[in-house]
Design a protein around this ligand. Structure first.
Ligand SMILES: NC(=O)CC(=O)C(=O)O
Length: 346
């Protein structure tokens, strides 16, 4: 990574240390008590940024832990503009807000650093990991000691191809998984919307499951959610939460966004979380918004509207087990009549 990129990362992190206006009063008081900086070294490069450990600890105390069989997820529905640095600073600020609200897992939208549109992907593409957005997410995960499911960014692969890629970081800032959107969004609804990701992007070739101390999480990006087999395989492989950063639009959003999540959640008796960019009516592609979490019963636990907002849900694994034992479809499958198999390991 270039020195300039590190300077950017450092600047964003400083911003995280200074912006307190959105935080709860408890956390704000803690922040005011902070002083000094610490040196962080990632990949043999060092930079300074404000100490945030006190903030992290105070939040840890109020959030769920592994003994309570659950944790809080924060969905960052953010405004995405044509300015990458601005997008990264908004993401930084809202991740901090999510942590302040007790989230142990924070998830961002599809294309959080870039406008969603095939004309933008090349310009905004970066190495993943290695680019400024990945490094920033890793540093924030480490500092706040949370998992970050970093929506997606346009990735410039080592093969020179472009991908739509989500990175998942653990609480030490370690890279846990990298999901390249498997199913490219190629649709044509006459008079409404035509979108052909495959004109510039290449599809990924792997499933992505990451392990946390609470449960396994299966990751897909947006259009991936339309393919029930992927969700079923994730469930077969032990996932309890499926996370889909996504950017549905004003045609497919009202028609399918919630329905698909409820279907994936109910069929598989898992939690499903989706994270959209906030709606911007002036953008070339207008995102639907409505980031949400659906529970294993198929009920919506939380749903944002269209504007920028962090929303939270408690992932209750004991409740999930109750649903599974009350309606035990997973043990009632007629595998003598049908079976679903993945052709590749996650
Ligand atoms: N943007 C997508 O990948 C998918 C989408 O908008 C849809 O399926 O509808």
């Amino acid at each position: 990574m270039q020195f300039n990129q590190w300077r950017h990362v450092s600047n964003f992190l400083s911003l995280a240390g200074l912006r307190t206006e959105r935080l709860s009063s408890l956390v704000t008081r803690k922040l005011h008590g902070l002083s000094g900086t610490r040196v962080v070294t990632i990949n043999n490069l060092s930079f300074n940024y404000p100490k945030l450990e006190v903030l992290s600890r105070s939040i840890m105390a109020t959030a769920g832990d592994s003994e309570t069989k659950g944790f809080r997820i924060g969905l960052v529905q953010m405004d995405v503009t044509e300015y990458k640095n601005y997008n990264l600073s908004v993401a930084t600020s809202l991740i901090k807000e999510a942590v302040a609200g007790g989230a142990k897992v924070v998830a961002l939208p599809e294309c959080f650093n870039s406008p969603y549109g095939i004309q933008h992907f090349k310009e905004f593409a970066e190495k993943v990991p290695g680019g400024v957005s990945s490094m920033l997410m890793s540093a924030l995960a480490a500092d706040f000691k949370v998992y970050i499911i970093a929506g997606s960014v346009p990735e410039l692969g080592d093969d020179g191809k472009l991908y739509n890629t989500c990175l998942i970081f653990g609480p030490k800032g370690e890279l846990l998984g990298k999901h390249r959107k498997i199913h490219l969004f190629d649709i044509d609804v006459p008079g409404k919307i035509r979108f052909q990701e495959s004109e510039v992007l290449t599809g990924g070739n792997s499933l992505t499951i990451v392990e946390t101390e609470w449960c396994k999480i299966g990751v897909g990006i947006c259009y991936d959610m339309r393919f029930p087999e992927l969700a079923q395989i994730y469930r077969q492989k032990g996932c309890d939460l499926l996370v889909y950063p996504g950017a549905f639009n004003m045609t497919t959003g009202p028609a399918h966004w919630k329905l698909l999540q409820q279907a994936r959640a109910l069929d598989n008796q898992v939690y499903v979380a989706t994270i959209s960019p906030a709606r911007n009516e002036k953008a070339g592609y207008v995102a639907w918004g409505h980031s949400m979490v659906v529970n294993p019963w198929g009920a919506v636990v939380v749903e944002a509207e269209e504007e920028q907002k962090v929303v939270f849900a408690d992932i209750d694994l004991a409740y999930m087990q109750q649903v599974r034992s009350q309606i035990p479809v997973s043990t009632q499958k007629r595998t003598d009549l049908y079976q679903l198999a993945s052709s590749k390991d996650a």
